[in-house]
Design a protein around this ligand. Structure first.
Ligand SMILES: [Zn+2]
Length: 133
């Protein structure tokens, strides 16, 4: 599996993460094609915890974003959020990954990033990211 991410989407996420004192978050919308997950759009959401160490998205906002994706013929293929520390899944993220088994893109506030999934044995696996112009 690998993720295809547009350069300007990644730039937008990294820029926002750099400027923010709290974790930023949102959805990756796109489609799966064979072994590739292609991100077509990103949808920022509010971190309702307003926290530098965790995030949560309001269920109503999730519904809105999923509705939007549906209208556009896109799937919610992943989530993104930022850390103010290393961009690897936290304990809370791993719990979330068990409920939401798709791509988790995590960035930090210094321009680093990684994409992760939980495999069937609940082990974290880093996924290759292909940056597209
Ligand atoms: Zn996290």
């Amino acid at each position: 599996m690998r993720v295809e991410l547009k350069f300007y989407h990644l730039e937008e996420i990294l820029k926002k993460a750099k400027e923010s004192k709290i974790e930023i978050c949102g959805f990756l919308l796109g489609q799966k094609k064979g072994e590739s997950v292609i991100i077509e759009e990103i949808a920022f959401a509010e971190n309702k915890l307003n926290s530098p160490v965790e995030f949560e998205i309001d269920p109503l906002e999730i519904v809105k974003i999923l509705d939007y994706a549906d209208k556009k013929g896109l799937e919610p293929v992943g989530l993104f959020h930022s850390h103010l520390c290393k961009p690897i899944p936290s304990g809370k993220d791993i719990k979330g990954m068990k409920n939401w088994r798709n791509i988790w893109l995590i960035v930090d506030n210094r321009g680093n990033y990684g994409a992760f999934v939980l495999n069937k044995n609940n082990k974290i696996k880093e996924v290759e990211i292909l940056i597209k112009k």
